[in-house]
Design a protein around this ligand. Structure first.
Ligand code: FAD
Length: 253
């Protein structure tokens, strides 16, 4: 088993920017929670309206059993990134996107120390939940993403260290942009299009709003000549759609 359920509690909340909050979780049994680092994804479950807690069948076939439940009753599943992992807990950075909140962002906006949460987290480092896998022969790395991808980009950045040159483009509040990264307040495509990129064999990791991510991927492959096998892209959310909509009808490639 590469993932398991953990009952955790909020142990700290820190405001990162007016539109992002870091929530720290601890809990019993977290010694078997393991992160693969980089863009390690996992699942959080929130109580459906009218329920006191997230109802999720903790069975070997939990996903099928959960899908078979009444959507009005079952726990609401959302995907997030392990921003930082320690032996006794982990952090999640939530984008709050005020005005169009959903269950996860609304929960995070009001999270308090002691609040419980159910998560499905990795129990081995090689768990299939890490997309950043640059193949041999990579000369430099392009990272691009919006506020939802900042935890993944930051963790990838620290994973790479000084091993490869990295060019980072971030569409988030300036406080969340790393030194040397390009701040892209009006979207990712125009700044990347206008950027002078190095020679050599690149590897790109792009995550954020689905339409923007696909547009940027098209630019890299068609106009910049990136090998499409060297562009890892992931729609972290889609304008006008909830994660339930995306789970019900995943977008084609
Ligand atoms: C692999 C992966 C890793 C992710 N990691 C993170 C992470 O670490 N931190 C993080 O904040 N998010 C992350 N996300 C994105 C997050 O799962 C979505 O933003 C999710 O939709 C939030 O759930 P919700 O309940 O708040 O909103 P939903 O109920 O899913 O959606 C409600 C409404 O909000 C809109 N919406 C959703 N996200 C945004 C946004 N960012 N800005 C504006 N409108 C939005 C939707 O289009 C919809 O109209 C990740 C997604 C994936 C697939």
């Amino acid at each position: 088993m590469t993932y398991d359920f953990f009952d955790v509690r909020v142990s700290a909340v820190s405001v990162l920017t007016p539109s992002a909050v870091r929530v720290t979780f601890t809990g019993r049994g977290l010694s078997s929670f393991v992160s693969g680092g980089r863009d390690q994804r996992f699942k959080l479950f929130f109580a459906a309206p009218g329920q006191a807690e997230a109802i999720v069948p903790r069975t070997p076939d939990w996903y099928l059993d959960w899908r078979a439940m009444d959507p009005a009753v079952r726990g609401i599943m959302r995907t997030y990134t392990v921003a930082e992992h320690r032996p006794d807990g982990f952090d999640v950075d939530f984008a709050l996107h005020p005005g169009v909140t959903g269950p996860a962002s609304a929960w995070a906006a009001t999270a308090r120390v002691g609040d419980p949460l159910l998560v499905l987290g990795p129990t081995v480092t090689d768990n299939g939940g890490v997309d950043f896998q640059p193949p041999p022969g990579t000369d430099w790395v392009l990272l691009a993403g919006d506020e939802t991808a900042v935890p993944a980009l930051a963790a990838i950045r620290s994973y790479i260290g000084n091993q490869l040159p990295v060019h980072t483009f971030i569409a988030a509040a300036p406080a969340r942009c790393e030194p040397g990264g390009v701040h892209c307040p009006a979207g990712l495509l125009a700044p990347v299009r206008g950027a002078a990129l190095p020679a050599g064999t690149p590897y790109a990791f792009i995550a954020g709003e689905s339409g923007e991510v696909r547009a940027l991927r098209r630019h890299l492959v068609r106009e910049r000549g990136f090998d499409k096998r060297r562009v890892r892209f992931s729609g972290y959310w889609r304008r006008g759609a909830t994660e339930d909509d995306l789970t019900a009808a995943p977008e084609g490639d």
